[in-house]
Design a protein around this ligand. Sequence first.
Ligand SMILES: N[C@@H](CCC(=O)N[C@@H](CS)C(=O)NCC(=O)O)C(=O)O
Length: 201
Amino acid sequence: MTKPTLTYFDIPTSRGEECRLALFIAGVPFTDERLTTEQWQARKASAPFGALPMFTVEGKPPLAQSNAILNMLGAQHGLLPSDAWEAARHQSVMMAVEELRGLLGPVNRIKDPEEKKKAREALAAGPVPDWAANIEKQIAGPYLGGAALSVADLKLFVLMGPLTTGKIDHIKPEIFARFPKLLALVDAVRQHPKVMAWQTR
Ligand SMILES: N[C@@H](CCC(=O)N[C@@H](CS)C(=O)NCC(=O)O)C(=O)O
């Protein structure tokens, strides 16, 4: 059996990074395939939904959609609760991460700096803190479900890392000060020994 392959771009962020983190933490040996834009354009038509990440396991067609990949890895490797209701609650948070990405993504692609600033400030004034307030209510602490790390924690961490460290212009990290559980979750994942090992490998 050959190793599974996680295909994404060579960037330490977003949907591919959360899948790589899950694989690394689960201890699954995998081929970390990183495509250039040109390589991706040549393969885009063959991806199930024309987007990355994509997870390929011998004998099966490629699996796409970050949440589907994370759900499968989580269920296989103890990174999702075994209780079906609690697992579904974790999945609802992962879907909420995708909803926020759906708001942030189009703004990231705005070319005009003034227009981008205005759009980001508008998100920071309402939709982003409203989203964070809903997530805050879901967190048991330190992780989403309590003491056990899950794929939903990894997804929240990958999304929130840049937002809480001022890496997204015009979205000030201070807007998250009202959400101590969310900040503590991000810190707990950042300090997890395997997350640190992945980031310093
Ligand atoms: N819902 C999908 C979204 C996938 C997606 O938008 N991927 C982006 C990168 S994060 C992509 O492949 N962009 C390049 C393209 O669409 O050609 C998921 O969660 O995996």
